[in-house]
Design a binder for this molecule. Structure first.
Ligand SMILES: [Mg+2]
Length: 245
């Protein structure tokens, strides 16, 4: 009796539906570049007599880092940081001209078009056929859901979660609320601090997708996954199809 040289179909791994949690800003669409431009304009408005532009930038980053935990994320919080940062850096109150210039900085960020990153729409379309997609972002609920609607990507997601902060407990809470098995759950994003490290700490697998313009407050060394945990680093969003086909 002849035997097949090919393994029988039953030996193939069964397809297991995964839950793919996916970050939004700088993973699905451009975001940080607009803030970078606004901060460059802020440095011009400050026009510090002694500090160089890079020094003003560094001090503003430090100032903002102390505020995000209490004031949150999003353009409104950013606008407030620009106003308070001006006074912090110059030691003087904003006059009307300064306030108008800083309002314009924030308005440019708020009015920026959604620029979906290359390959994202097609990749989400394929992934959504075989896996459960959950958008997991942080910041202002209205701002983030508004961007998602304008992006044209909303229909790919089974769930949308806009969290106040993306720390390990926030990921543990999502696992509990949606009764998810961490062994079949992944977090995909550009931020080591908000996407990769806390997700690994909560027991999820992770896909790190670095973006060349990542906010300084989101940068960190990537943690080492525990035994049995998977951590992929990809160059493009489309490469997800090689791993989650
Ligand atoms: Mg991000």
């Amino acid at each position: 009796m002849r035997t097949s040289l090919f393994p029988p179909p039953t030996s193939r791994l069964p397809h297991v539906r995964q839950t793919l949690m996916i970050d939004a800003d700088d993973t699905l669409w451009e975001n940080n570049i607009y803030f970078e431009r606004a901060i460059d304009a802020f440095v011009d408005v400050v026009a510090h007599p002694e500090l160089s532009p890079p020094q003003v930038r560094e001090r503003f980053d430090q100032f903002e880092a102390t505020r995000v935990h209490t004031h949150g994320y999003g353009v409104d919080a950013f606008h407030a940081s620009l106003l308070a940062g001006f006074e912090h850096l110059t030691g003087t109150a904003c006059n009307d001209a300064h306030a108008a210039a800083l309002a314009a900085c924030a308005a440019h960020v708020r009015g920026a078009e959604i620029e979906v990153l290359h390959g994202v729409a097609e990749t989400l379309s394929h992934l959504a056929q075989r896996h459960t997609l959950m958008l997991v972002t942080k910041g202002s609920h209205a701002e983030q859901t508004g961007k998602l609607e304008r992006s044209g990507l909303l229909h790919h997601f089974a769930q949308v979660e806009v969290l106040r902060e993306k720390h390990a407990d926030a990921y543990r809470d999502l696992l509990l609320r949606y009764a998810l098995d961490p062994g079949n759950t992944w977090m995909i994003g550009n931020s080591p601090r908000s996407d990769i490290n806390p997700a690994l700490a909560a027991g999820l697998h992770a896909v790190y997708l670095p973006h060349p313009s990542t906010w300084v407050l989101e940068q960190d060394d990537v943690s080492t996954p525990a035994d049995g945990q998977k951590l992929l680093q990809l160059h493009t969003f489309s490469e997800l199809l090689h791993h989650f086909a």
